[in-house]
Design a protein around this ligand. Structure first.
Ligand code: MLT
Length: 407
């Protein structure tokens, strides 16, 4: 009989957010009269910006006529979007990215999951804890780890992110080849300073390593001087790949559009020591396995870069940050400590008790869904993540219910 990829059997039975959804659905089925408020998975609630809606309508109209109809587009994305990205997301920050270094995709989750395919099976990994589970799970599937023992896989250098280091881990003493970093951080909401990122770039340069920099939440940075891109750090183009998404910036979680930057000077070696351009490998992978994001969706993404689009998306992120501020104030008033929420849509709350127990308490007593910290890794124990993605009305109601439940 055909055999399975046995690395899959090392994984926890289900993906974190699928596990939570199952618990929440069971609660809802058993308690149909108690509506729940979801501050768990980071899914946006507010409608798309008007500029994106107008662009979608116009592009759909183009698809309706032979003269303007579009079939397959370039797998890497249309030039109009790649050029707008290079100009507005990087040049405006003083960072250098060429349009043809940008690969448009249907989501950062897929990109950050797929990128490991182009690196060797014995690549040494450094991964933060707590962490977005996709980084770890995709490497487990690829066979880069041993078994899970006591909540951690052997073969990974875990980078503890705790109160002691302000939830921003420093480079380890041992060498690693592939480093996952995410700032503003999911799940903690912590941000890294220029000096902290510069230390990582120096480490990667010294070890001929590559940093996978997940910047999906960069549009929430408000503190002046906090980098929004790893390419703001000198020398990063030689050692870093960056992931960006329109999901949390413009409400594209249901529309799907993101991009990955792979600088052309980024190199990795084969077993003989010969150097290869990572850009060429990713291009080969992308063109073989992906057929491009739809034209109307790319037009909607490009509309974000117009002055009206910039104002409307800023309005959206300001709105969610307003929710985050309310959550932080309410949680602090309850005597709980937390971080995040000022440059990120997530708050990382110290529960002082088992994180799944706290999750269950809030679900059962307040009908509020959060994400238990233990689901993000061993260092997440004793925390829950509260997402600011919901309507103001729901956030206000959820906070009143949490206060009543914890009284
Ligand atoms: C999260 O809740 O961590 C994110 O929404 C997950 C994602 O973006 O895939």
């Amino acid at each position: 009989m055909i055999r399975i990829n046995e690395h899959f059997t090392k994984l926890k039975a289900s993906y974190l957010f699928a596990d939570i959804a199952k618990r929440v659905n069971a609660y809802v089925a058993a308690n149909p009269d108690k509506p729940v408020i979801r501050l768990g998975i980071g899914d946006v609630t507010e409608p798309l910006p008007p500029v994106c809606i107008a662009a979608l309508h116009a592009a759909t109209e183009e698809m309706a006529h032979r003269a303007t109809f579009k079939g397959y587009g370039p797998e890497q994305g249309y030039a109009f979007l790649r050029e707008a990205i290079a100009q507005h997301d990087f040049k405006a920050l003083g960072a250098h990215v060429e349009p043809d270094e940008v690969f448009i995709s249907d989501g950062s989750k897929c990109d950050v999951a797929n990128i490991q395919e182009i690196f060797a099976a014995d690549t040494r990994l450094a991964i933060p804890d707590p962490v977005y589970p996709v980084y770890v799970d995709t490497n487990v599937m690829a066979g880069r780890t041993g078994a899970n023992a006591d909540g951690r896989y052997t073969g990974i250098t875990y980078l503890d992110s705790t109160a002691a280091n302000g939830y921003v881990p420093a480079p380890p003493a041992t060498p690693a080849d592939l480093i996952y970093l995410c700032f503003p951080n999911n799940p903690t909401g912590a941000v890294a300073t220029r000096a902290q990122l510069a230390a990582w770039v120096a480490y990667a340069r010294k070890n001929n390593a590559i940093i996978l920099y997940d910047a999906a939440y960069e549009s929430y940075v408000r503190t002046p001087g906090i980098p929004r891109s790893i390419y703001e750090i000198e020398g990063a183009r030689d050692v870093a790949i960056e992931f960006r998404s329109y999901s949390k910036l413009a409400g594209f979680t249901g529309l799907r559009c993101a991009y990955t930057v792979v600088p052309k000077n980024l190199k990795a070696r084969d077993a003989s020591g010969a150097e290869h351009a990572v850009h060429a490998l990713w291009n080969r992978r992308h063109t073989t396995k992906f057929n491009g994001v739809s034209y109307p969706v790319q037009k909607a993404a490009a509309a974000i870069y117009t002055p009206a689009g910039q104002a409307q998306t800023r309005g959206l992120t300001d709105f969610y940050l307003g929710n985050a501020k309310l959550i932080r104030e309410a949680v602090t008033k309850l005597g709980l400590t937390c971080i995040g929420g000022d440059n990120a849509p997530y708050l990382w709350v110290n529960t002082g008790r088992d994180s799944w127990e706290f999750f269950d308490l809030l679900l059962n007593q307040a009908q509020v869904v959060t994400t238990p910290g233990a689901g993000f890794g061993k260092c997440g124990e004793g925390h829950v993540r509260i997402s600011a993605f919901n309507s103001r009305e729901n956030v206000t109601l959820a906070l009143a219910r949490i206060a009543a439940a914890l009284k």
